[in-house]
Design a protein around this ligand. Structure first.
Ligand code: SF4
Length: 357
């Protein structure tokens, strides 16, 4: 299409897209065209390879001192469906799944009112004593800030302590949308955007890589999405420490934001494609299937995504409590490989840092 020739030329020459280019793509470019462009870029980076890993997700507790309006996961401690797993219970969960060949334990949760650094250093020590080769990917920047505050530590010292007992990398949640006005409306108590970015900067400077996310499909505008990705791209230019970008779709069930619908699949795919085209310095783009469902995630592989997260091997509840179809999102390695093959790609099992195994 003649009207997008400038953008196509930039992509052909591997030139960076501007803020305005990304906005034009959101507002004007047909989703099929976005898919073709995003696929070309992905093909150059990864060929037909689609990554996944074997992992277990453990959500240590859903008792939270915050009350983010978009969140369907948090509970007060008195609620019947609240939980707080003890260290032995968490170890038991990992034990049950270790035989299936997991290489990663992904640990995230809420901002628990009393669990500080002592709880988590003890947990990590016990995990590493039993399974020294298991990669611990844990916490969002928001959780790190909270643990540091509860424990009277600086962010820097908190990271050092966690690293010394086995923290290998950090999850990408809590970024939501960086625009301060939107953030005030959907999660007023949450870590400020600049602090979220600073915590990841500190992690990267200490050689701990991390993922990054964007919560989309609520009250944000396209301008807010591009601004969000632009802030991530700028930090990635500085540190190179983001492994992967994960678009997270707002799900409307059981939360206080009060929206009555979700954005369409076409909007999801558009978002994937633009992320692939705009975030030219983040190599991996994840289709997080417990959130999107398997079929939509496989479709996203044709719109720039190159990673399917993992086998999960436990009942992550963050998205099922928000209305996602899969209430027990678990998939075997064989099934994952077959799904990827059926979609015309080559499945590659990876470690947590995206090295093929
Ligand atoms: S999004 Fe995280 S911090 Fe916010 S209420 Fe939910 S669990 Fe708590």
């Amino acid at each position: 299409m003649e009207k997008f020739r400038d953008i196509e030329n930039k992509l052909l020459k591997r030139e960076r897209l501007s803020f305005d280019d990304a906005l034009r793509m959101y507002y004007e470019m047909p989703v099929q065209k976005l898919g073709v462009l995003a696929n070309n870029i992905k093909q150059n980076l990864h060929g037909k390879r689609v990554f996944f890993n074997r992992n277990i997700h453990v959500e240590t507790s859903n008792i939270c001192v915050n009350k983010c309006k978009f969140c369907s996961f948090y509970r007060d401690s008195v609620c019947k469906d609240s939980w707080e797993y003890s260290i032995p219970e968490i170890i038991e969960k990992i034990q049950q799944n270790y035989k299936s060949g997991i290489t990663e334990v992904h640990i995230v949760g809420s901002l628990h009112p009393t669990r500080g650094i002592d709880f988590f250093t003890e947990l990590f020590k016990q995990i590493k004593i039993k399974w020294s080769n298991l990669h611990i990917k844990a916490f969002t920047a928001v959780e790190i800030e909270h643990i540091a505050m509860l424990s009277g530590l600086s962010i820097s010292n908190c990271i050092d302590e966690l690293k010394s007992v086995g923290l290998d990398s950090v999850a990408g949640g809590g970024a939501e949308i960086f625009d301060e006005n939107i953030r005030k409306q959907i999660c007023p108590e949450k870590t400020a955007s600049s602090d979220w970015l600073n915590i990841h900067r500190k992690l990267h400077n200490k050689n701990i890589t991390s993922n990054c996310t964007m919560l989309y499909g609520h009250i944000e505008s396209y301008e807010n999405r591009v601004d969000h990705m632009n802030r991530l791209r700028t930090l990635q230019d500085e540190t190179g420490g983001f492994n992967c970008f994960i678009p997270l779709k707002y799900k409307y069930a059981n939360n206080k934001l009060g929206l009555k619908k979700e954005v369409s699949l076409s909007e999801d795919l558009k978002n994937y494609a633009i992320a692939r085209l705009f975030l030219d310095n983040i190599k991996h783009l994840k289709a997080y299937w417990p959130m999107m469902g398997k079929e939509s995630s496989l479709l996203a592989l044709n719109f720039g995504a190159n990673d399917m997260d993992g086998t999960i091997y436990d009942s992550t509840k963050i998205y099922s409590m928000a209305g996602a179809q899969d209430t027990k999102p678990t998939i075997s390695k064989t099934e994952m490989e077959q799904l990827i093959i059926n979609e015309g790609f080559i499945p590659i099992e990876r470690d947590s840092l995206f090295n093929p195994l």
